[in-house]
Ligand binder design. Structure first.
Ligand code: ADP
Ligand code: MG
Length: 260
């Protein structure tokens, strides 16, 4: 159906659209075909509202990590556009993107202490020393890492490493923070505590989170917006209540209904 008439009535092109003002992130036609021919992400579109806690769920291998890595610039997309705050960053280098990523496996530097791991990226931002010190102290406090600051990662538990990985991203104060199954390695009790912690940090920092998990019950507890992926495609993207109450495909209904 043509919508040329509708287009005529929208605002002049030079102004930011409502989408650009409300949505910190816009993804258009994102596609990733790996060199071996695997179609991992298949022409997806989505938008994320500024300040939201967005959770991407879907079974293993559906393209969640590939999507996050494309947003942050670790993987060049085969096709499509990534727009952050109205700016096309599809081909911008990772360090210019203002997007943080907490990896599935933390990726801490083994030869650096907790504190050195946390300020590693900050030091490269060319900030005055007192700003670095202040941000470091704040994030150590927030993640309760004061006592561990001089330790190397190998002396930390999984949950503690997780907190360091989070601290290292949060200290950069990115516009968008991407988290790839960050609680995967933890036991249930610790997971629950970290979930509460993440919700608190999200509220306090007034930042936008995109959180990936294959655990639909976690999505339910954390999300404002849920994106359900399957086979490289988006099946449903909507506020959490809508995805659970009015799933728009049989796959979504089965997937979110799994544990109920
Ligand atoms: P998820 O994070 O949802 O588990 P991924 O994004 O890791 O999914 O993977 C999506 C698909 O792409 C899977 O079929 C996976 O095997 C494939 N894949 C992931 N990384 C690569 C790669 N480097 N080369 C080829 N195929 C890959
Ligand atoms: Mg993954």
């Amino acid at each position: 159906m043509s919508n040329a008439n509708l287009d005529d009535k929208t605002e002049p092109k030079q102004q930011a659209t409502i989408d650009d003002r409300e949505n910190v992130l816009k993804v258009e036609g994102l596609t990733k075909i790996y060199p071996d021919g695997t179609l991992a992400v298949d022409d997806i579109d989505f938008q994320i509202k500024a300040g939201d806690f967005c959770v991407i769920i879907g079974p293993s291998g559906c393209g969640k990590s590939t999507t996050l890595h494309s947003l942050v610039g670790k993987i060049p997309p085969t096709e499509g556009k990534v727009i952050l705050d109205g700016k096309d960053i599809t081909h911008a280098p990772t360090y210019e993107r203002d997007i943080g990523l907490v990896f599935q496996d933390f990726q801490l530097f083994p030869h650096l202490t907790v504190e050195e791991n946390i300020i590693y990226g900050l030091k490269r931002m060319d900030l005055p020393k007192d700003v670095i010190d202040e941000r470091l102290e704040n994030v150590l406090e927030m993640m309760q890492l004061h006592e561990l600051r001089a330790r190397p990662p190998k002396e930390l538990s999984s949950g503690q490493k997780q907190r360091v990985a989070l601290a290292r991203s949060l200290v950069l104060e990115p516009k968008l923070l991407l988290l790839d199954e960050p609680l995967g390695d933890m036991d249930y009790k610790l997971q629950k505590r970290m979930e509460r912690e993440l919700l608190r940090i999200h509220r306090e920092l007034d930042t936008t989170f995109v959180y990936v998990t294959h655990d639909q019950t976690q999505a339910m507890r954390l999300a404002d917006q849920v994106i359900v992926m399957n086979g490289g495609k988006i099946e449903h993207s909507a506020p959490v209540e809508e995805v659970y109450n009015e799933p728009n495909t049989a796959f979504v209904a089965a997937f979110v209904g799994d544990s109920n």
